[in-house]
Structure formats: structure tokens, C-alpha cells
Design a protein around this ligand. Structure first.
Ligand SMILES: Nc1ncnc2c1ncn2[C@@H]1O[C@H](COP(=O)(O)OP(=O)(O)OP(=O)(O)O)[C@@H](O)[C@H]1O
Length: 308
């Protein structure tokens, strides 16, 4: 399914948010394009949830402009809301319902918002299977484990076949299997359904696996915007080459490991053994970017400009 929207799905310009005198967002700018999976990273308290809630229309901004699926979320109507999926915390209010009943009931609200080529809601059996809840479909919600409830939260978030899905720390509390299943689900929604996804996480491995593009929010601004690879090359810049020659271990830091290794072999040929090339991880990059921002806090953080 192609998204029914041509421009950016999300366009944020100079977004400001204050809680009383506490300025949390001091001019946030970014776009999310149709079909992208974008991950918003940042330290605790950076304002990720605040940003997502403004985009969902759950929180009123203090300033700037925000466009989500062609509308200002502060004034989104029911038809707009039907196109947006939000995964909320557990459905404890419906503890005596079964997942099948709950999904059928919530899905019925989306029927009027179906359109040509956009059937709404998703079929309940498909949904139960997709989130791995078929075996638990007819048990009361109160008897489900924490991870099973979280799967149900995800199913509830997507039941209306959203064009845009917001996920705020979706895999917190997931076991490794549930996490892997969830990653498969996000890929499936993105690749097969064309769903645009904006998520927050503190799990950098997850960000690297899922995101087409990563935004780092620190000090109330986006301080980096690019793919995991682009950010890694941009910031940490250096890789390490390790090798052994004549029984001695060597290590060399370089931004260009490939020509360095070529030169090494040209010079020493077969004498070089145990060659290892390591690139900085996304975690190294993220920590370097946040540290760079914090070192200069008080001033406007440097924006890492990367090719997109
Ligand atoms: N309703 C509120 N009233 C006052 N301050 C708030 C409110 N909601 C959030 N804040 C403050 O705004 C800042 C940003 O909070 P937010 O939850 O958006 O951060 P976050 O990046 O999602 O953090 P975390 O990674 O810890 O979830 C924090 O300092 C928080 O205390």
C-alpha cells in the first residue's frame, strides 16, 4: 500500500516546548518522508516523548509549526486520527476482554475511514498472527504476561492500518524473542504496507537494526540527522586497524582503513597476520555526539550535516 500523501509525512519547523519556565525544545527541525523508519534518540529528559506527543496531537506546543499527514496535529479531526497509529502503554482497562474481542471492537471504529485501496481496519486474525498472539487470542487480557500485553498494545496501535505509526520505547521490557519479532513486524509494516514509522528507543542496537535514519535530540535541538552509517562516519570518524608482525602487536587509528591496509600489505606482505579492522559503533558515535553537545552546552550545539 502506498501512503496517501506525497510530501513529507511529518514536517517540524522550529518546534518549541516549555513546561512553565523550563524550555525543553528550543527549535527542533526535521522531516519524515513516506515509508521511512526514523528513530529519535537522546538522553533521558531530552524531550523525545514531548516531541512525539506534540506530533500525535496529545500535547500543545509552545511555538513553531508542525505538519503531520498534511494537518496540524493540534487540530487533527477523526479522519486524520484514523490515519495515525499510536502504541500506548498496556490496556489494563479492558482486563476482562480477550485480545480478539478488543481488537474487533477497536477496529470497528476505523470502518468509516476506509477508502479505495485503503481497507480499514486490519483483519483481526491477520493482526493476531502478525503480533504473535494467535495462541492467546481468546484468553482474558488480565491473564496475559507483560510481554504478551505489550504485543497486544502494538496490535491495538496498528489495528486501524495507520499510514504513520508512533512508537515510544516500544520494546522496553521485551525478552529477546519478543524484541526480534517486533523488529520483524516493523520491517513488515514498513516494507510491505508502506507504513511510515517514528520511534524512540534507548537501545542503539535496535536503532541500528530498524532505522533508515536516526535523529539525535540533545539540548532541545536535533544535533544529528542521518543513517547509522553516515553518523558513524561523520562523528567518530576513525576506525582502528590491528595486526601482528614479527610476533609484535600493532594498532593504528585511521579514518580511512582501506588504503591504510593496502599500504600495510604493500610494505610488509605476508609478514602481516591477525589483521582486524574495527569501525566505531553507533553507541560510540551517539556518546561522542551527546558528549560534544554537553561540552559546549550553553552554546548552540553543532549540527552534524550528513548526506541523505
Ligand atoms: N507534563 C510535564 N510537566 C512538566 N515537565 C514535564 C512534563 N512532561 C515532561 N516534562 C519535562 O520535560 C523534559 C523532557 O521530558 P520527556 O519525557 O519528553 O523526555 P524524554 O526524552 O522522553 O526522556 P526519557 O528518555 O527519560 O523518556 C523532562 O525534563 C521532563 O521532566
Amino acid at each position: 500500500m502506498r501512503p496517501a500523501h506525497d510530501g513529507p509525512v511529518v514536517a517540524v519547523r522550529d518546534l518549541q516546548m516549555r513546561y512553565g519556565t523550563h524550555q525543553v525544545l528550543g527549535g527542533v527541525d526535521f522531516d519524515v518522508r513516506p515509508g521511512e523508519v526514523v528513530c529519535l534518540l537522546g538522553p533521558n529528559g531530552a524531550g523525545k516523548t514531548t516531541t512525539i506527543e506534540v506530533l500525535e496531537g496529545f500535547r500543545l506546543r509552545s511555538g513553531g509549526s508542525v505538519d503531520v499527514l498534511g494537518a496540524d496535529p493540534a487540530h487533527g479531526d477523526d479522519a486524520w486520527r484514523a490515519r495515525v497509529g499510536v502504541v500506548l502503554q498496556s490496556w489494563r482497562d479492558h482486563a476482562r476482554w480477550t485480545p480478539r474481542q478488543l481488537l474487533g471492537y477497536l477496529g470497528s471504529y476505523y470502518v468509516p475511514y476506509a477508502g479505495p485501496g485503503v481497507p480499514r481496519p486490519y483483519d483481526v486474525d491477520w493482526l493476531l498472527d502478525t503480533v504473535g498472539l494467535t495462541a492467546h487470542a481468546d484468553r482474558k487480557v488480565l491473564t496475559l504476561s507483560g510481554g504478551q500485553r505489550r504485543r497486544l498494545d502494538v496490535a491495538v496501535g496498528i489495528v486501524g492500518r495507520p499510514e504513520l505509526l508512533f512508537l515510544d520505547e516500544p520494546t522496553a521490557g521485551f525478552d529477546p524473542e519478543a524484541r526480534r519479532d517486533f523488529h520483524d513486524l516493523v520491517h513488515r509494516l514498513s516494507d510491505l504496507e508502506g507504513t511510515t514509522v517514528l520511534l524512540t528507543t534507548h537501545d542503539l542496537t535496535e536503532a541500528e537494526k530498524l532505522a533508515d535514519r536516526i535523529l539525535i535530540l540533545a539540548g532541545g535541538r536535533i544535533v544529528a540527522d542521518g543513517s547509522a552509517d553516515e553518523l558513524t562516519r561523520q562523528v567518530a570518524g576513525t576506525g582502528e586497524v590491528r595486526w601482528t608482525r614479527g610476533g609484535e602487536r600493532f594498532v593504528h587509528a585511521t579514518a580511512e582503513p582501506t588504503p591504510f591496509v593496502r599500504g600495510l600489505f604493500e610494505q610488509y606482505g605476508e609478514e602481516v597476520t591477525d589483521l582486524e579492522v574495527t569501525r566505531p559503533s553507533l553507541e560510540d558515535t551517539y556518546l561522542a555526539m551527546v558528549a560534544r553537545h554537553e561540552a559546549g552546552s550553553g552554546s548552540v550545539p553543532e549540527l552534524a550535516v550528513v548526506a541523505s
